[in-house]
Ligand binder design. Sequence first.
Ligand code: MN
Length: 202
Amino acid sequence: MFEQVKLPYSFDALEPFIDTATMETHYGKHHAAYTKVFSEAAAKAGLEGKSAEEILSDLESVPDAALRKVLRNNGGGYLNHNIYFEALSPSPKKAPEGKLAECIDKTFGSLDALKEKLTAAALGQFGSGWAWLTVSKKGELEVVSTPNQDNPYSLDLGTPLVALDVWEHAYYLKYRNLRGEYIKNFFEVLDWSVAEKRFAAV
Ligand code: MN
């Protein structure tokens, strides 16, 4: 039912910033597993036809607590990685333009200041989780972090524009314990044109 985003680049295309072995495992194993389990759970819960965003925004409507937990963890794992992988590119647009650029400057002062804030959120996430640039419910740009596979949909934090995965499986094969080095290099392959499109759709 649910499908992983198709990568418009090969597993080795993001070298040296994101290594081939990590891509093979991260996309080919972890993301594939989240997608399979989420699809099965959504069918079991009778949620066919709903989007992942709709399901994660309305988990309370699933009465079975165990099934709700499977949907939360694996639905998050499915959707978060679609947002993450879709925004990576071997030839990324290195800075946003237009409305998004204006809003970033107004809210954070500059793109560099936003990157610093995202980096701090990603470094400060204890254990597994994600850092996000979001459009809040009030329509303001915000940097937030979430534990595990929780996300702005499941925690009612608005709409994600940028997803930064800081689970160890995202970086440990290459960077070992150096999460900060991975985060620095994540920005080398982050395509801001994807965030622009997500922003325009909010
Ligand atoms: Mn991951």
